[in-house]
Design a protein around this ligand. Structure first.
Ligand code: EPU
Length: 433
């Protein structure tokens, strides 16, 4: 089993370059299905979720050409035979559901498995996606074998859709379905994350007419066809935030390059409250932590609020801050499972429903831990880097779903860690199943 072995307790110093945004890439890659003509996508992160999506597109008959390490060119019509998409491939990633919006938008028919991906232990419903597709005129049914069948034999027609909850996935899926629909679609209570804006910019660069992305009302005037082109994905806000939180937890100074500082503002503000110095440049931030960390309170919310995908990493840094910090998870019902491992490392955390109360401790102690999900895994790496001794992180596939070369990047900042493929019976996981 692959694991990360971390000899922690060292400061982080140096430079790191941030990759393309995972949550933009997993929307933009399937969006290429809507386009007639070759579509070149740059700054694509090399992560498992994107590799799986490219495999799915290949299975659908799309030509996928890797131009270089971070550029991919997609072209050709897809053949929509569902048997061509292995169930196992699709259920591994949650974002496979973007194939519904893209296939429905282009071919008026889609058959896709129920989404997999990160499981925080709570429910991840898709009722808002279904409500939006139905408003556009599609019929949705759940079929044998866990497939969602969506069909609009008479084509999709623009509609006025009001989401009951702010959902990144539902906003993206309806944007994908609506760009080629007849007439105008208005999405109200839309998500405003940077990756929503990035998807809109991609679609517009390929000939779509999407206005208002980044506000809570998105207006999409359907076009008959979209054309090929070239587009570069934005840098990953959460990857950048993860390195910022790691410097906060370990101390040191890192220049984090290829970022959009505006997207990091809420993270920067919290780190500043904690006593970390953050200097913004045009496309980089310099993060310095020399003194002690101070407590703060965090409530996660949809953008521009504090991102839920940074909650585990910041909670980990706050374990080492002086005083009592209160974290409130405002997006997901259950995203604190990783705190059990932090407690085993000596953290003092009390979780009650959506609230975690963290009493700062002076140090964390190395222990074998697990990457329960993508961001929980990043948090375990941060904890291991900050703790004295050797921490082993298991289930790292969950980390590699969404972080490109995380180990190499931390090693570049002076961390002593490596990826081990060697089975090791000397450190069994507690309660291992
Ligand atoms: N929700 C509903 N009904 C729906 C959809 C969502 O009630 O039909 C609820 C969810 O239960 C949740 C809230 O709305 O409480 C927000 O969910 P959202 O739909 O925004 O989440 P998502 O699209 O499934 C994306 C990211 C997540 C990130 C969330 C919130 C991708 C592929 N995933 O998920 O990213 O946590 O938005 O920002 O974009 C991660 O990168 O680690 C990750 C989990």
């Amino acid at each position: 089993m692959t694991k990360y072995v971390i000899n922690g307790g060292k400061r982080l110093n140096g430079e790191v370059t941030i990759s393309g945004a995972k949550n933009a890439a997993v929307a933009i890659v399937p969006a290429a299905l809507l386009v007639d003509g070759p579509c070149r996508i740059e700054n694509v992160p090399k992560i498992i979720d994107v590799t799986l999506q490219l495999e799915i597109l290949r299975e659908l008959g799309v030509s996928v050409r890797l131009v270089n390490a971070t550029t991919v060119e997609l072209s050709g019509e897809c053949n929509q035979d569902k048997d061509k998409i292995p169930y196992d491939l699709m259920r591994k990633i949650r974002a496979s559901y973007y194939l519904i919006g893209a296939l429905l938008g282009k071919y008026h028919k889609a058959e896709v498995t129920m989404p997999g991906g990160c499981n925080f232990g709570g429910v991840r419903p898709i009722d808002q996606h279904i409500k939006g597709f139905e408003a556009l005129g599609a019929k949705i049914s759940i079929r044998e074998g866990g497939y969602i069948h969506a069909e609009a034999p008479n084509g999709l027609k623009g509609a006025h859709i009001y989401f009951d909850v702010v959902s990144v996935g539902a906003t993206i899926n309806i944007m994908l379905a609506a760009v080629l629909a007849e007439g105008m679609t208005i999405i109200e209570n839309a998500a405003k994350e940077p990756h929503i804006v990035d998807l809109a910019n991609f679609l517009n660069a390929m000939g779509a007419d999407v206005k208002g992305a980044g506000t809570d009302v998105i207006k999409i005037r359907g076009v008959k066809k979209m054309h090929g082109g070239t587009y570069s994905i934005i840098p990953d806000q959460i990857e950048a935030g993860t390195f910022m939180a790691a410097v906060a937890a370990c101390g040191g100074q890192a220049l984090i390059k290829n970022v959009i500082p505006k997207h990091l503002e809420c993270i920067t503000n919290k780190l500043t409250e904690m006593g970390v110095e953050v200097t913004e440049y045009d496309d980089a931030v310099l993060v310095t932590r020399t003194g002690k960390l101070s407590k703060t309170n965090i409530k996660t919310m949809p953008y521009p609020g504090f991102p839920t995908d940074m909650q585990p990493q910041m909670t980990t840094a706050l374990c080492l801050a002086e005083g009592t910090s209160i974290i409130t998870e405002g997006v997901w019902d259950n995203r604190y499972r990783y705190t059990e491992d932090l407690i085993r490392m000596g953290a003092n955390i009390h979780v009650e429903g959506k609230v975690a109360v963290v009493e700062g401790v002076s140090e964390l102690k190395a222990a074998p831990v697990r990457a329960y999900d993508l961001r929980a895994g990043a948090a375990m790496v941060i904890a291991g880097l900050a703790a004295k001794g050797t921490t082993m992180v298991e289930q790292v596939t969950n980390i590699e779903r969404g972080y490109e070369n995380l180990v190499e990047k931390f090693v570049g900042l002076g961390a002593d860690m490596y990826r081990s493929e060697i089975p090791d019976s000397s450190s069994p996981m507690p309660n291992a199943k």
